[in-house]
Design a protein around this ligand. Structure first.
Ligand SMILES: NC(=O)C1=CN([C@@H]2O[C@H](COP(=O)(O)OP(=O)(O)OC[C@H]3O[C@@H](n4cnc5c(N)ncnc54)[C@H](OP(=O)(O)O)[C@@H]3O)[C@@H](O)[C@H]2O)C=CC1
Ligand SMILES: O=C(O)C1=N[C@H](C(=O)O)C[C@H](O)C1
Length: 251
């Protein structure tokens, strides 16, 4: 039985994960961490301070907020608990903390745990490689009105993968407004739409002379992210210390 500690257990994703882990034969949630501990009638103990957690986990799954990342990593390193993290909106400094921690524990990180998104990233990189600078690239992402960070972690993941294909790196332009950001071939435009209960949509537009290619992924439920994280958690419990992502899982 894989014992899971859930960081952000009372959030939207935390609750979907708890339900889906409950349906798994080989996994159980042994503890949860969140800011408010009495928000729901959880079937496992919930702590507001991760260092108060009494249960031993085989893996920690994190869908929370950047403000919790330092303590969560410190806890995982201290208790030698492998960590799967899906939290987005991290600073460059916070990202390097994961790489540092991965010298002591296995760390799995992805801004999007859905298999399909990782397929469209490869397709878009292939298109960017073939089209070079002749087509302009714009990324549009749409999410629900409760999302904290903009643009999405996935939009950055896509833009970074596309930029890797160019010798001269392109500059990211966010949601143009006014006269300052007129397009040049050196731009990747990134635009965030927020509304209602949109689960998650990412479209990469390649706009060329008289032709347009669009590569799009639509998430229809939050289950796909939770199932990806469950798969990552099963994968990482058997791994050596190191930094892993979806490429290691779906290769
Ligand atoms: N990689 C992926 O596939 C996916 C990633 N995500 C990312 O996962 C994260 C969570 O998403 P979602 O569940 O929708 O967000 P929610 O805001 O619904 O949930 C986050 C939870 O974490 C809690 N929290 C905030 N700060 C802390 C802290 N310092 N310590 C412990 N808990 C804390 C929040 O409490 P409170 O409500 O009090 O603020 C909340 O209960 C986001 O970064 C989101 O972008 C989401 C879906 C898919
Ligand atoms: O906050 C969300 O909901 C999501 N966040 C992730 C992101 O920022 O890319 C992944 C997914 O699109 C849902």
């Amino acid at each position: 039985m894989i014992r899971v500690i859930l960081n952000g257990c009372n959030g939207k994703m935390g609750r979907v994960l708890a339900k889906l882990i409950n349906e798994e034969k080989s996994m159980e949630v042994v503890a949860g961490i969140d800011r408010e501990i009495d928000k729901f009638d959880n079937t496992f103990p919930v702590y507001s301070n991760i260092f108060s957690c009494l249960e031993k986990g085989d893996v920690l799954i994190d869908f929370s907020h950047p403000s919790s990342i330092r303590n969560t990593l410190a806890f995982c390193v201290e208790t030698k608990t492998p960590m799967v993290t899906a939290t987005t909106g991290l600073s460059g400094e916070e990202m390097t903390l994961f790489v540092e921690a991965s010298k002591s524990i296995p760390v799995f990180q992805s801004s999007n745990m859905a298999v399909g998104v990782n397929v469209i990233i490869d397709l878009a990189a292939q298109a960017a490689n073939a089209l070079g600078n002749t087509f302009d690239i714009e990324i549009i992402e749409k999410h629900h009105n409760k999302k904290v960070d903009s643009p999405s972690g996935t939009a950055f993941m896509i833009a970074n993968a596309l930029n890797e294909t160019f010798e001269q790196k392109k500059e990211y332009i966010y949601g143009r407004h006014g006269n300052e950001d007129q397009r040049t071939e050196n731009h990747i435009g990134i635009h965030a739409v927020r509304g209602g209960t949109i689960v998650g949509e990412h479209t990469v537009i390649f706009a060329g002379p008289d032709e347009i290619i669009e590569i799009k992924h639509t998430a229809l439920s939050k289950d796909i992210f939770a199932l990806g994280a469950i798969r990552a958690a099963k994968f990482i419990t058997g791994q050596k210390n190191g930094y892993y992502n979806m490429k290691d899982l779906i290769k």
